[in-house]
Design a protein around this ligand. Structure first.
Ligand code: COA
Length: 134
């Protein structure tokens, strides 16, 4: 097994979401629409945040976002979520998005961002986190 194949295997193990964008997700430039990847990152971040919150969360802010390269049709997208910080009710999640591309399945970072989620109660108000991420 080459080192690139090994790192791909390790990356797959950590991926929160693996998905394949479809032609309906294209923008007018023929690449994948940025809003598509934003929503996938929101889902991946919320999945990580819910584990810490111990219940539902709402996205309160997107603090940083960088589109490194366009996502192309045929790419297989993996999203990795790392809990960066927790507060009383909020969870900050760093999200890194990679594309596996072409027959050789080369790996490219396409996007990264930092999303903040807040644990909410049944009335949609902020509520303390129930779990620790350590
Ligand atoms: C999320 C929501 C319940 C938070 O309520 P709020 O009264 O604004 O929140 P508070 O001011 O009490 O802050 C709650 C936490 O969020 C953090 N927070 C609030 N606004 C923030 C911002 N713009 N950036 C970073 N953190 C922020 C606060 O620091 C606090 O964290 P802590 O408890 O860990 O210290 C409310 O803003 C809301 O319902 N927003 C709409 C959510 C939504 O529709 N999202 C899209 C779909 S999920």
């Amino acid at each position: 097994m080459t080192s690139e194949m090994k790192s791909l295997t390790e990356e797959r193990r950590r991926a929160t979401i693996r998905t394949i964008p479809q032609p309906a997700d294209l923008n007018v430039n023929g690449n994948i629409f940025g809003g598509w990847v934003l929503s996938q990152m929101d889902l991946a971040g919320a999945d990580a945040a819910v584990r810490i919150a111990g219940g539902p969360v709402a996205t309160v802010a997107i603090e940083a976002m960088k589109f490194h390269r366009p996502i192309e049709l045929g790419d297989v997208i993996s999203i990795y979520a790392d809990i960066e910080k927790t507060g009383r009710t909020s969870v900050t999640v760093k999200l890194d998005v990679y594309a596996e591309r072409g027959v050789e399945r080369s790996l490219h970072q396409v996007t990264e961002g930092r999303y903040i989620f807040v644990a909410i109660d049944n009335d949609g108000r902020p509520t303390p986190l129930k779990n620790s991420h350590k």
